[in-house]
Ligand binder design. Structure first.
Ligand code: HEM
Length: 158
């Protein structure tokens, strides 16, 4: 085999490996997905207290054992939900810079007994809440964008 042929076939092998490594779940969010997420968050932000209460009701309906993990009055939980949502929005523009903070937050969550299955449950409850809150404007593309974002955060936190 000539060197040129050898090089070109090994390059295409590398391309194939890179292609396989970038599965849809690991692909970075596109600018359009980030826009859809920001736009939808802007719509629910004025009613964030209500959205948080709907979210917790759904989360506890999906897994009542989680209720015990959230101590303190609902107002405190609502503020923490808001903080979590704001942090999630910030990750859209400052991905790498936030990694150490997210890792630390992940440690805190692990200490609280939060495991990967709980993140999946949270994602399910949040997607359901967004669907209920945004109705028609929660399009298939917006849902896919939020799902991708929550998958990404779960991989860092869990
Ligand atoms: C997108 C993923 C998440 C983000 C960004 C996030 C963010 C946060 C933040 C900022 C806090 C406050 C930190 C503190 O009090 O030290 C917090 C606390 C907490 N989070 Fe999360 N969280 C996420 C997912 C989850 C999930 C999936 C669960 C469980 C279902 C969970 C359960 C808790 C609990 C139990 C607390 C403490 C509440 C308390 O003090 O009573 N979090 N989270």
């Amino acid at each position: 085999m000539s060197v040129a042929l050898h090089l070109s076939s090994s390059r295409s092998l590398t391309r194939m490996r890179l292609k396989r490594a970038a599965t849809p779940a690991e692909a970075p969010l596109t600018d359009e997905q980030k826009r859809l997420i920001r736009d939808s968050y802007r719509k629910i932000e004025p009613a964030i207290d209500l959205v948080a209460q709907v979210f917790f009701r759904k989360l506890f309906a999906l897994d009542s054992s989680l209720r015990a993990k959230f101590s303190g009055p609902i107002e405190v939980q609502v503020r923490k939900f808001e903080a979590a949502m704001k942090l999630t929005m910030i990750t859209l523009s400052q991905d790498d810079e936030l990694k150490p903070t997210l890792k630390l937050l992940g440690v805190r969550h692990r200490q609280l007994g939060i495991r990967t299955r709980h993140y999946r449950m949270m994602a399910k409850a949040l997607i359901w809440t967004l669907d209920q809150s945004l109705e028609k404007s929660f399009t298939r593309e917006t849902r896919a964008a939020w799902t991708a974002l929550l998958d990404k955060i779960t991989r860092t936190l869990a």
